[in-house]
Ligand binder design. Structure first.
Ligand SMILES: *Cc1c(COP(=O)(O)O)cnc(C)c1O
Length: 230
């Protein structure tokens, strides 16, 4: 379990190094620990090592961990594909959702969010590679989806998220993140609540930080390889 603490300090050092290298403000990039398929005890270790933001993809698995870790002041982010029948649980148990990709889901989350919990923070997920198998709204449709989210009283439009097609070459990684960053800049000029550009995972977070990411979603580099690939 000290391995998790070591990995966290390595990744945090890397983030700081990339912030300096690409002329980002110190502290501009937040680390979201992607804890899907990890046991609650591993999250406890990550929290002891200083992390508070955790990302989960599967509602049922997440609800079990959220209950098991209710004694810790954690911030929960839902980052997986959203089926309509999952919106109620997401609205009840999460602080953030990064994967809103259609109006129907946004409206359901808004209706089902208890106003006493405060607004649910929302990033709109964009499908950069336009692969039909991947979730996310097409770049061409994201402006109208952001406009809708911004009018819903129990949601707060915070930003954009994308999972680009896996590329190993650094310049190609930068190119896809650059597209998302350009869209983010244009939208944030219209929607002042937008402050979050959720991009970058274990294999491409340097390119994401170079292109303006404000939140990297890291699983493998913190917790090691997962048993099932997701
Ligand atoms: C699994 C996952 C990650 C983390 O991926 P790693 O390569 O393990 O860092 C980030 N974002 C989303 C949406 C994921 O599903």
């Amino acid at each position: 379990m000290t391995r998790i603490a070591e990995n966290i300090s390595l990744v945090l050092e890397q983030i700081q190094r990339f912030e300096r290298q690409y002329a980002r403000e110190p502290g501009a990039v937040k680390l979201l620990a992607v804890s899907k398929q990890q046991h609650a005890e591993s999250l406890r270790c990550a929290h002891a090592a200083g992390l508070v933001d955790f990302g989960e993809n599967y509602l049922q698995e997440a609800e079990e961990k959220i209950a098991a870790l209710a004694d810790l002041p954690l911030i929960w982010h839902f980052i997986g594909p959203i089926q309509s029948n999952k919106t109620r649980g997401i609205a009840a148990h999460f602080d953030w959702v990064h994967s809103v990709d259609r109006e129907k889901i946004a409206r359901r989350l808004d209706e089902q969010r208890d106003p006493a919990l405060g607004r649910l923070n929302v990033c709109v997920q964009i499908n950069l590679s336009e692969e039909s198998t991947k979730s996310g709204t097409a770049l061409a449709d994201c402006r109208s989806l952001c406009a809708t989210v911004s009018t819903l009283p129990n949601l707060c439009l915070r930003g954009l998220m994308a999972i680009p097609a896996p590329l190993t070459d650094f310049d190609s990684q930068r190119q896809s993140f650059h597209q998302l960053a350009a869209e983010f800049t244009a939208l944030a000029a219209v929607h002042p609540t937008m402050d979050t550009l959720s991009m970058g995972m274990s294999n491409d977070y340097e390119a994401a930080i170079a292109e303006g990411s404000t939140l990297v979603r890291i699983g493998t580099a913190l917790f090691g390889a997962r048993s099932r690939s997701q």
